[in-house]
Design a protein around this ligand. Structure first.
Ligand code: RB5
Length: 146
């Protein structure tokens, strides 16, 4: 697809889906930085959300992808980073609109919510959509700083 720099991470509850999505991204031609985790051993989701969101915030990655049990903890944590707009998606329409209208730059998903097939479609919908700018630029500009 692409050549974009993608940072990806998960906790133990998202590890198998993260591994699947990393392979998908590599297949699509993305440059993938895997921030871990590296197994299903219990760990803390904020550690990986901070690692991925930090890369996006610093401009070291174009897009972040985070997986935990629900995607919720990952998104709450990632959104603490300046310039990061993280969204949890479990269907394709929101994933596409999050890019098109909200200029979202981190996609979070829950392995306990979506299967690998749907997660792949959500990822493709997110990566395939472009920020529309215009009136949305003004609105996104009002999001931060609070
Ligand atoms: C881990 O059990 C679970 O709490 C975590 O993966 C995530 O869903 C938190 O938001």
């Amino acid at each position: 697809m692409d050549g974009r720099r993608i940072a990806i991470g998960s906790d133990h509850a998202g590890f198998p889906l993260k591994e699947h999505l990393r392979a998908v991204l590599e297949e699509r031609g993305c440059e993938v930085h895997d921030a871990g985790t590296t197994s299903e051993a219990s760990c803390d989701y904020p550690d990986f959300a901070h690692a991925v969101a930090g890369r996006v915030a610093k401009g070291e990655a174009d897009v972040g992808v985070l997986v935990c049990g629900t995607g919720v903890g990952m998104s709450i944590t990632a959104n603490k980073h300046q310039g990061v707009r993280a969204v949890v998606c479990s269907e394709c329409f929101s994933a596409k609109m999050a890019r098109a209208h909200n200029d979202a730059n981190v996609l979070c998903m829950g392995q306990r919510v979506v299967g690998a097939g749907l997660a792949t479609e959500i990822l493709d919908a997110f990566l395939g959509a472009k920020f529309e700018g215009g009136r949305h630029e003004r609105r996104v500009g009002k999001i931060e700083p609070a």
